[in-house]
Design a protein around this ligand. Structure first.
Ligand code: JEW
Length: 242
């Protein structure tokens, strides 16, 4: 897979060189391109924003630098990326969308700032590539970079050969996650810590009882924190839960 990220704060993406995504790059499973949007400005101040038509507070990202960046990075005669545009008004990003994006050969992120990007940039891009406007959740960030980091990590860990231990993915596809429930609590050594004991069933070696206990805990935690997910899970509808 190849991932390109365009932003006026390209330094945000230094974090991708670390840990799992960094290993995917080192292992040749992922190519990363980080681009400064201001490279496609032509004025002395490298201007990327202007006042909004119709009035209102704040500034809007001008279309021209975005148009030039996309023209330069996506030649008309070649392959097309999936263009991901993080925005608070996007479709909610979920695990099924991560799995879908992990099938693509090429992802490109357009990270806005200010009050967002002139809507004609997405309208124009849609005439030449698949455009996904995605939200990380119902809260307001200052720009698309943090959302792009989160989406990148969620996608890259699904690429074949990236996770050291593919059993974690097998578990994800059989365990609480597919059932549409939250995860059960996990423990490691020591068995007793600051007067708190690991639930004895986990030390018992009874695999059936361990599985039953974990299913019970997943259900209890989901009922407490995400009653919406529990309702969907009881309808046997894991998709609805996502
Ligand atoms: C998010 C990209 C770019 C995603 C999620 N747009 C916009 C906007 C902003 C603040 C107030 C109102 C609109 C800031 N902003 C972004 C915010 C993504 C941009 C500019 C974003 N929350 N916030 N899930």
């Amino acid at each position: 897979m190849r991932i390109d990220l365009i932003s006026i704060f390209p330094d945000y993406f230094a974090a991708l060189e670390l840990s799992l995504v960094g290993k995917a790059i080192a292992g040749g499973l992922l190519e990363l391109g980080i681009h400064d949007l201001r490279d496609w400005t032509h004025d002395r101040h490298r201007t990327v924003d202007d006042t909004p038509y119709g009035g209102g507070a704040g500034m809007v990202m001008k279309p021209e630098p975005w148009g030039e960046a996309l023209d330069a990075l996506v030649p008309a005669d070649g392959p097309r990326p999936v263009l991901i545009v993080p925005t608070p008004s996007g479709q909610p990003f979920t695990q099924p969308i991560a799995a879908e994006l992990a099938q693509a050969e090429w992802l490109m992120f357009a990270c806005g700032r200010y009050e967002g990007i002139d809507a004609r940039v997405m309208e124009h891009a849609r005439t030449r590539m698949d455009v996904r406007e995605l939200s990380l959740g119902d809260y307001v960030l200052n720009g698309g970079e943090v959302a792009a980091l989160a989406i990148t990590e969620a996608v890259v860990r699904l690429l074949p050969g990236v996770l050291g231990n593919p059993e974690s993915l097998v578990e994800e596809s059989h365990g609480a996650e597919l059932a549409g429930l939250l995860e059960y609590p996990v423990y490691t050594k020591p068995a007793s810590w600051r007067g708190l004991d690991v639930p004895p069933v986990l030390l018992s070696g009874h695999h059936g009882e361990v599985a039953r206990w974990r299913a019970e805990q997943a259900r209890r935690i989901t009922a407490e924190r995400r009653p919406d997910l529990l309702k969907a899970a009881e309808l046997g509808n894991a998709e609805l839960a996502e």
